[in-house]
Design a protein around this ligand. Structure first.
Ligand code: AMP
Length: 420
């Protein structure tokens, strides 16, 4: 088995973008972007796409799938330059932004422009003179999520107003009945390209758990953030409220933490994500809204502060780290209430996880300052709730507004205390 895997890897190492048929100018751009070799999905999909075939791709974010469809589209566009060449449908605006960024980066040498107009149907219905009759490529990315979000009618409407004579790429993390139906409706004799990432977590990902009483979760979190200082963190919480609370708590302790959840406006969410991407914040607090589809390249550590209720979400969450060949850590907090859920996760990934080493006395020494920060965080949450009731005021949902109680807990930045 091991040899088989190694052989496969050795074969892949020999492949270059040029071997896949990518034209020189685009190979150069890949090199400039630091893409040394094509990823698995790129190796499978690019040659097929360049032959002009439709593709059904089973791959998740992080696999390099955007490059897998963007490179062939850009290459054929180079051969036949025109306006409104390709249409990419995504379930969320954040994902649309990320994809447009990759198109612009890959197409920089040929001046490609992309736009993320929001709900396309609104434009088709309301923008005079706008139509999609020249489209040569349709990409449906994360099709399972598009359909789960009840966009079926919208997708049908779009299919009716774009030319039948086009190429179609459908990417999805899972092959559901709805996706199969869409495949039959929209694709012609597609080639299936799949990468076997399903329910497997990558080798370079070190996964741990910490078993702790629920009342000490915040102290253990602060302890681990100190232990692993210097890394970038993504911390998952189960509710918007807890995400916001922990963001306030950590900020009160001097950490640069920023929340991302569904109760924030779209602008604030993008703002949070961009600050984190630009590395001006080292901790992103998120609900599962953010656990899929977002391309956050530099997460070193994923912390499941609240254990995921659906074990598949575990895979999506920890998939935020150890991407594109890098290593990463995932630490899951398991309280007395979470044992069964944790066992289900271990069963799903097919292995027993080791405990993350912690020093209980050191954690307990943090309790006092953490309790004080918790108290401030509660006040801030309450004030924010009251502000939201007063509609004219700017809401402080990025946890960075000034709320009067912004003063940090004594001691400022939380330094680890040495125990002698
Ligand atoms: P995606 O799965 O398309 O969201 O891509 C995940 C990340 O991998 C993005 O940040 C890409 O820039 C990066 N990426 C895509 N293809 C390659 C490659 N061949 N080598 C290195 N990084 C890549």
């Amino acid at each position: 088995m091991a040899t088989h895997v190694e052989d496969e890897e050795a074969q892949e190492e020999l492949k270059t973008f040029k071997d896949l048929g990518v034209t020189d100018v685009l190979c150069e751009t890949c090199e400039q972007l630091g893409w040394k070799q094509p990823t698995k999905i790129q190796i499978e999909a690019i040659p097929v796409a360049l032959q002009g075939r439709d593709i059904i791709g089973l791959a998740e974010t992080g696999s390099g799938k955007t490059g897998a469809f963007a490179l062939p589209i850009l290459q054929t566009l180079l051969e036949n330059p025109q306006r409104l060449y390709a249409l990419v449908l995504t379930p969320t605006r954040e994902l649309a932004f990320q994809i447009s960024e990759q198109f612009e980066a890959l197409g920089s040498s040929i001046g490609v422009k992309s736009a993320t107009p929001g709900r396309l149907i609104d434009h088709l219905e309301n923008t005079k003179g706008f139509n999609l009759r020249s489209i040569k490529y349709l990409v449906m990315d994360e099709a399972d999520r598009i359909l789960n979000m009840d966009f079926e009618t919208e997708v049908d409407k779009i299919l009716k107003v774009i030319p039948r004579d086009r190429k179609t790429f459908l990417f999805s993390a899972t092959m559901t009945k709805k996706v199969q139906k869409l495949q039959r409706a929209a694709l012609r004799d597609p080639v299936k390209c799949a990468v076997s990432s399903k329910y497997q977590t990558v080798e370079k990902l070190q996964q741990y758990y910490v078993f702790i009483p629920s009342k000490f979760k915040d102290s253990y979190l602060v302890y681990i953030l100190n232990e692993l200082a210097g890394n970038s963190f993504m911390i998952f919480c189960s509710t918007c409220n807890n995400t916001q609370r922990v963001a306030y708590l950590l900020r009160n302790l001097g950490f640069t933490a920023i929340p991302l959840h569904g109760q924030m406006s779209q602008n604030k969410r993008l703002g949070s994500l961009n600050k984190f991407k630009a590395k001006s914040r080292s901790i992103l607090l998120a609900t599962d809204v953010a656990s899929r589809g977002l391309d956050i390249p530099h997460v070193d550590v994923v912390i499941n502060l609240d254990i995921p209720t659906h074990s598949k979400d575990y895979i999506h969450r920890v998939g935020r780290t150890a991407r594109a060949g890098r290593s990463g850590k995932a630490i899951t907090f398991v309280t007395q209430y979470d044992v069964e859920l944790f066992q289900r996760i271990e069963h799903l990934i097919g292995k027993k996880l080791p405990a993350f080493p912690t020093q209980e006395e050191e954690v307990m020494m943090l309790n006092e300052r953490v309790s004080e920060a918790q108290r401030f965080a509660r006040i801030e949450l309450r004030e924010q709730g009251e502000k939201k009731k007063r509609p004219r005021e700017e809401d402080a949902d990025d946890a960075e507004g000034s709320l009067g109680v912004r003063k940090k807990v004594a001691g400022g930045k939380f330094k680890k205390k040495k125990v002698h």
